[in-house]
Ligand binder design. Structure first.
Ligand code: SF4
Length: 689
């Protein structure tokens, strides 16, 4: 029996992996403060991935673009990839090659992939799927607090609160064990839909505020206005621990609750009640999720919630706080170690001379040799195969053919590239569109570290070896680097050696891992970053001061923006997307788990029964949801939990069912987050004209 952590979401529940009496492998919950002996159904069934008949067990390659993917040997596949990369770089320059990473990669993989892109390929074009996940919350937190640690406190602190406000998060479906920590507090759930989490709030005497999609910032501003009106501002805290309240109030002054009601649809009385619940509680938290962040105004919207929390004096106070619920398994670590277009390891900035000099010294190169910042994930993908854009794409652990916004457009960009290489362990839709597929080890077959949503660094352990013809991502990166002329010692394939180097590269950075030694991990120490070398971990980094040089947090005062697209006569409904209990991300993994696929085998569209009636549609009808960008043919599920005029689609399904065929790639100007949560659509019978 091996004790490790779940392959899926950022809660990173601890689990035992052991042989199953009936053959194969099984998981069992392990004792860990985050999951306290619980798992969700994805965790209970995760071992199915290890023996999936769909597993890729040999490299695959096409003889030409139209030829089928056929098994080949590693040398042939790697020689082909390295040869084509060298040729394309020779013809078009280093930026002809782009790299796309993942918040599912371990810290070591994320680190080595960033180093590979910048040293072996010398490309500035590297970004990852976390850009689509919570980049706007990360940008807002960095600006407000000087550092972005999803939850700057242990999850277990939540249980002691009197009130928790959840904005755009549905943990009852997405990370059920978290609900165990939310049983005692009164919940205020902000979500256009009456989700399972909203139901839990109502059952517990809490509140469900249902703003129209894309109006959260106006709601947060209205709540800040109400807080002042009700005398609930923490003026001593604002004076002592923050800067910029005046500008934030200048924004909020225009959002008296009745006006916020008109903009959002949330009754002014509920706005005031929610603020009273939060502002008078001796312990209160504001937590955001993707619903509030995945907008073309995402950074401003996340900042509006931070401003509310600051005005109430919550962040950096024991027993209270602000945090973002990270989504992907290593979403936190994935954005700290250099696979982001604008970052170097340790959450260092790629455009900061001192940060560049530090990382360059660890890598043994001149800072001037490091490329500068590159385009964001969507911009990188959207330029594939275009004039001046990248000609080749290397994808590690991601499935942008399904998960990117305006996914049909991105699929055509993948087809236009000269070379697409995918390292994955299942035949995702992106892998099946690639020229070369490199089969890699998965979660319980290799060692490494991940950082969960609390900023706690965890050891993932190998329970079994990978299949014989499967390699680790680190080995793939090392083999390609060697073929591109890099010295072997520069790209170690032993995860412990990579961690050692990562520690040095992060030392003194915002996300300082220099004290994350293998011995401390083995001992089970709770290593919340920053962990300076030889120093103590930091479970609550903002208790005394925030991470800005003056120790104070910043109000953002961003205007309450509106979605890039509004309903009109041709597209009169608003589509929004999200997760469901049984699936994860693009579904490439969970759609291959029998029990999960049987429970939710296909995509669907939730609408209010009145909306269904207005279209003459009934439960179970196949409908086509159509936006300006594409369509998705799905089964209709009328439910009173979905507001009138809104269509909800889960984003875990591919091809003609893909919710991301509809989504709008309008980008947030700060974080470059696409607008996943609002798209104007119409409904048509699927088999109609
Ligand atoms: Fe895995 Fe997340 Fe479910 Fe826990 S809540 S078992 S980490 S998917």
């Amino acid at each position: 029996m091996t004790t490790t952590h779940c392959p899926y979401c950022a809660l990173q529940c601890a689990m035992h992996v052991e042989p199953s009496p009936g053959g194969g492998w099984r998981t069992r919950p392990a004792d860990f403060p985050v999951n306290r002996g619980g798992l969700c159904r994805k965790g209970w069934t995760a071992a199915g991935l290890l023996t999936s008949p769909d597993r890729i067990t040999a490299p695959l390659m096409r003889a030409s673009r139209d030829a089928p993917l056929l098994p080949t040997d590693w040398d042939t596949a790697l020689d082909r990839v390295a040869g084509r990369l060298a040729a394309l770089r020779g013809e078009y320059g280093p930026d002809a090659v782009a790299v796309f990473g993942s918040g599912g990669l371990t810290n070591e993989k994320a680190y080595l992939l960033g180093k590979f892109a910048r040293l072996a390929l010398r490309t500035s074009r590297i970004d990852y799927n976390g850009r689509f996940c919570m980049s706007s919350a990360a940008a807002a937190s960095s600006r407000a607090f000087g550092a972005d640690r999803g939850l700057p406190f242990p999850v277990t602190d939540l249980a002691g609160a009197r009130t928790v406000l959840l904005a755009g998060a549905n943990p009852a479906e997405t990370m059920p064990p978290l609900m165990g920590h939310l049983a005692a507090p009164a919940l205020v759930v902000v979500d256009p839909r009456r989700t399972a989490t909203a139901e839990a709030a109502l059952r517990g005497g809490g509140l469900h505020l249902a703003p129209r999609p894309g109006t959260d910032a106006a709601l947060a501003r209205g709540m800040l206005h109400a807080a002042r009106e009700l005398g609930l501002l923490d003026t001593a805290y604002i004076e002592r621990r923050t800067r910029g309240f005046g500008a934030a109030w200048a924004q909020a002054a225009a959002w008296w609750p009745e006006r916020a009601e008109r903009a959002t649809g949330v009754p002014a009385a509920h706005i005031r009640r929610a603020v009273r619940t939060l502002g008078r509680a001796p312990g209160a938290y504001v937590l955001t999720g993707r619903g509030t962040e995945q907008h073309s105004t995402g950074t401003g919207t996340a900042a509006a919630w931070i401003d509310l929390a600051l005005a109430l004096g919550l962040p950096g106070r024991r027993g209270s706080g602000f945090g973002c619920l990270t989504g992907q398994g290593n979403g936190q670590g994935g954005r700290e170690h250099g696979q982001k277009a604008d970052q170097l390891p340790g959450y260092r900035r790629i455009d900061d001379e001192r940060d560049r000099a530090h990382v360059a010294s660890v890598w043994g190169v001149a800072a001037a040799d490091l490329p500068g910042p590159g385009p964001s994930a969507f911009e990188l993908l959207d330029a594939l195969g275009t004039e001046g854009g990248p000609r080749a794409l290397l994808v590690f652990g991601s499935n942008p053919a399904v998960s990117a916004p305006d996914a049909g457009r991105i699929r055509s960009r993948l087809a236009a590239a000269d070379l697409v290489v995918v390292a994955d362990f299942v035949p995702s839709e992106t892998a099946m569109a690639a020229d070369v597929v490199l089969p890699v080890a998965q979660w319980a077959e290799e060692e490494g570290t991940v950082t969960n949503l609390e900023g706690r660094v965890l050891r993932r352990r190998a329970a079994l070896p990978p299949p014989p013809e499967v390699r680790t991502d680190l080995e793939v990166i090392g083999a390609l680097a060697a073929r591109l002329g890099q010295p072997a010692e520069r790209f170690p394939t032993d995860p412990d050696l990579v961690l050692e180097e990562l520690r040095a590269a992060s030392e003194g950075g915002t996300a300082d891992y220099s004290g994350v030694g293998a011995d401390r991990l083995e001992a089970g120490e709770a290593l919340y970053w920053p962990v300076p070398r030889g120093g103590a971990p930091t479970p609550r980094p903002f208790l005394d001061r925030f991470a800005h040089p003056d120790g104070r947090a910043r109000f953002a005062a961003a205007p309450a923006g509106t979605p890039a697209e509004a309903p009109d006569d041709r597209y009169p409904l608003t589509a929004t997307t999200g997760r469901i209990m049984g699936h994860y991300q693009s579904g490439a993994q969970t759609r291959r788990i029998g029990e999960l696929a049987e429970a939710e085998p296909e995509a669907f569209a939730e609408v209010h029964p009145d909306t269904a009636r207005a279209y003459g549609l009934s439960a179970g009808d196949r409908v086509r949801v159509v936006s300006r960008r594409g369509s998705a043919a799905v089964r209709l599920r009328p439910t009173g939990a979905c507001p009138r005029g809104t269509v909800f689609l889960p984003f875990h399904f591919p091809d003609g069912q893909s919710a991301n065929n509809l989504t709008n790639p309008a980008l947030d100007p700060v974080s470059r987050m696409p607008e996943f949560k609002v798209a104007a659509v119409r409904l048509e019978p699927a088999d109609g004209p």
